[in-house]
Write a protein of this length. Structure first.
Length: 130
Protein backbone atom coordinates (compact mmCIF):
# COMPACT_ATOMS: atom_id res chain seq x y z
CA UNK A 1 0.00 0.00 0.00
CA UNK A 2 1.22 3.53 -0.70
CA UNK A 3 0.63 6.41 1.64
CA UNK A 4 0.16 10.15 1.53
CA UNK A 5 3.22 10.95 3.64
CA UNK A 6 6.80 10.33 2.70
CA UNK A 7 8.32 9.99 6.18
CA UNK A 8 9.21 13.71 6.43
CA UNK A 9 7.69 16.39 8.57
CA UNK A 10 5.71 15.87 11.76
CA UNK A 11 4.39 12.48 12.88
CA UNK A 12 0.82 12.83 11.62
CA UNK A 13 -0.44 10.03 13.89
CA UNK A 14 0.34 12.36 16.79
CA UNK A 15 0.07 15.82 15.23
CA UNK A 16 -3.46 15.52 13.85
CA UNK A 17 -5.20 14.48 17.11
CA UNK A 18 -3.17 17.10 19.00
CA UNK A 19 -4.27 19.83 16.59
CA UNK A 20 -7.81 18.94 15.52
CA UNK A 21 -11.08 17.98 17.16
CA UNK A 22 -14.17 16.67 15.42
CA UNK A 23 -17.58 18.05 16.35
CA UNK A 24 -19.63 15.25 17.95
CA UNK A 25 -22.84 16.66 16.46
CA UNK A 26 -21.98 17.26 12.81
CA UNK A 27 -18.50 15.75 12.26
CA UNK A 28 -16.88 19.04 11.22
CA UNK A 29 -13.12 19.02 11.88
CA UNK A 30 -12.09 22.02 14.00
CA UNK A 31 -8.79 23.31 15.30
CA UNK A 32 -8.60 22.72 19.03
CA UNK A 33 -9.57 25.73 21.12
CA UNK A 34 -11.39 27.38 18.23
CA UNK A 35 -15.01 28.43 18.29
CA UNK A 36 -17.33 26.35 16.16
CA UNK A 37 -20.99 26.45 15.21
CA UNK A 38 -22.48 23.47 13.41
CA UNK A 39 -23.67 24.24 9.88
CA UNK A 40 -27.41 24.63 9.46
CA UNK A 41 -28.54 21.63 7.37
CA UNK A 42 -31.27 23.78 5.83
CA UNK A 43 -28.75 26.22 4.35
CA UNK A 44 -25.71 24.02 3.57
CA UNK A 45 -25.88 22.23 0.25
CA UNK A 46 -24.08 19.03 -0.64
CA UNK A 47 -21.50 19.53 -3.40
CA UNK A 48 -22.89 19.21 -6.89
CA UNK A 49 -21.73 16.46 -9.23
CA UNK A 50 -19.92 19.18 -11.21
CA UNK A 51 -18.04 20.26 -8.05
CA UNK A 52 -17.05 16.66 -7.32
CA UNK A 53 -15.96 16.03 -10.92
CA UNK A 54 -13.78 19.16 -10.78
CA UNK A 55 -12.15 17.90 -7.55
CA UNK A 56 -11.41 14.56 -9.22
CA UNK A 57 -9.98 16.22 -12.32
CA UNK A 58 -7.75 18.53 -10.25
CA UNK A 59 -6.45 15.90 -7.80
CA UNK A 60 -2.66 16.39 -7.96
CA UNK A 61 -1.65 13.19 -6.17
CA UNK A 62 -0.35 9.95 -7.75
CA UNK A 63 -2.96 7.70 -9.34
CA UNK A 64 -1.44 4.50 -7.94
CA UNK A 65 -1.77 5.55 -4.27
CA UNK A 66 -4.22 3.83 -1.95
CA UNK A 67 -7.13 5.87 -0.59
CA UNK A 68 -9.99 5.01 1.77
CA UNK A 69 -13.71 5.15 1.05
CA UNK A 70 -16.56 4.68 3.49
CA UNK A 71 -18.53 1.51 2.89
CA UNK A 72 -22.15 2.47 3.44
CA UNK A 73 -25.39 0.59 3.21
CA UNK A 74 -27.60 3.66 3.03
CA UNK A 75 -26.64 7.19 2.09
CA UNK A 76 -23.64 7.17 -0.25
CA UNK A 77 -20.47 8.95 0.72
CA UNK A 78 -18.87 11.07 -1.99
CA UNK A 79 -15.29 11.55 -0.70
CA UNK A 80 -12.20 9.39 -0.51
CA UNK A 81 -9.59 9.92 2.18
CA UNK A 82 -5.80 10.02 2.02
CA UNK A 83 -3.86 7.61 4.26
CA UNK A 84 -1.08 7.97 6.79
CA UNK A 85 2.03 5.77 6.77
CA UNK A 86 0.12 3.25 8.88
CA UNK A 87 -2.87 3.12 6.50
CA UNK A 88 -5.24 5.16 8.68
CA UNK A 89 -7.24 8.14 7.37
CA UNK A 90 -5.20 11.34 7.18
CA UNK A 91 -8.10 13.45 8.44
CA UNK A 92 -10.01 12.65 11.63
CA UNK A 93 -12.91 10.96 9.80
CA UNK A 94 -14.85 9.03 12.40
CA UNK A 95 -16.06 5.88 10.68
CA UNK A 96 -15.37 2.17 11.14
CA UNK A 97 -16.29 0.89 7.67
CA UNK A 98 -13.37 2.12 5.56
CA UNK A 99 -12.28 0.24 2.45
CA UNK A 100 -8.96 0.57 0.60
CA UNK A 101 -9.04 1.35 -3.12
CA UNK A 102 -6.50 2.62 -5.62
CA UNK A 103 -7.12 6.32 -6.24
CA UNK A 104 -8.08 5.66 -9.89
CA UNK A 105 -10.69 3.08 -8.86
CA UNK A 106 -12.18 5.42 -6.25
CA UNK A 107 -12.38 8.13 -8.91
CA UNK A 108 -13.93 5.71 -11.41
CA UNK A 109 -16.61 5.01 -8.77
CA UNK A 110 -17.18 8.80 -8.67
CA UNK A 111 -15.62 9.43 -5.27
CA UNK A 112 -13.88 12.82 -5.02
CA UNK A 113 -10.93 13.83 -2.82
CA UNK A 114 -11.64 14.80 0.79
CA UNK A 115 -10.84 18.51 0.96
CA UNK A 116 -9.69 18.28 4.59
CA UNK A 117 -7.24 15.45 3.73
CA UNK A 118 -5.84 17.57 0.90
CA UNK A 119 -5.38 20.58 3.20
CA UNK A 120 -3.45 18.42 5.68
CA UNK A 121 -1.37 16.79 2.96
CA UNK A 122 -0.62 20.13 1.28
CA UNK A 123 0.43 21.64 4.62
CA UNK A 124 2.69 18.66 5.33
CA UNK A 125 4.24 18.98 1.86
CA UNK A 126 4.94 22.68 2.48
CA UNK A 127 6.75 21.77 5.71
CA UNK A 128 8.87 19.08 4.04
CA UNK A 129 9.75 21.36 1.10
CA UNK A 130 11.29 23.97 3.42
Amino acid sequence: MTQATEGFGPDLETAIPETFDVCDDCGTPTIQLSSHTCPDPDTVQEPTREDLDARIENDPYPEQETVLVIETTGQRSYAYHETTDSGKPLCPVNHDGLKELPRTEAQAQRYAPCQFCHRIRDANREVTDQ
